[in-house]
Design a protein around this ligand. Sequence first.
Ligand SMILES: [Zn+2]
Length: 218
Amino acid sequence: MPAYHPESELLMDYASGALPEPVALLVASHVSLCRDCQAEVARLEALGGALFDGLEGEAMAPGAMDHALARLEVTDNLEAASATTSPPSRAGRLVPRPLRDYLGDDLEALSWKTRAGVSEAALLTSFPGFRTRLLRIKAGTTLPQHTHEGSEYTLLLAGGFTDASGHYLRGDVAVADPSVDHRPVADDGEDCLCLAVTDAPLRLTGPVGRYLNFLARL
Ligand SMILES: [Zn+2]
């Protein structure tokens, strides 16, 4: 069972369909791996349904219907996916079903870019303001020290990593906000696979990072 869960505001926004799709995908993937959060989301949805019934007849907030419809689509996708009979590949089995709907089950078919022990494949590229990536980090690799202008959500799918805030394993969600200046290190022994959603560009803070930021601005 995962030890690190999305904060309760995030689960509440997820249950009410208010999360932007990249973050909703990450939360849905965690929920599919976590019984505690499944129970919590079911409770929040029931609560939301009761509230919604209470509001019947009143004007809906702008966008509320879109959100409600978007949620229905996600539910449809989940059901469609569970009806598939072909077994996923070995790597595909690591990918929770909500995410598999976006990726298919052949991770090798994604377009990976590799640099310094880290491979990344961009996902959901049509959501401006969000950067959604699948990351594969070679066992034992230290990532460059960095901080964020927005929030960074990371869902661990395989292997593990450690930073100042803890040790993260499959199913765990790590959240780093702009106050966090961290330097994650992938566990030895197994390559780390994770889904990362960032809602603003990373700002690198180590000596090399400052130089890279300087170059990036040229
Ligand atoms: Zn959870």
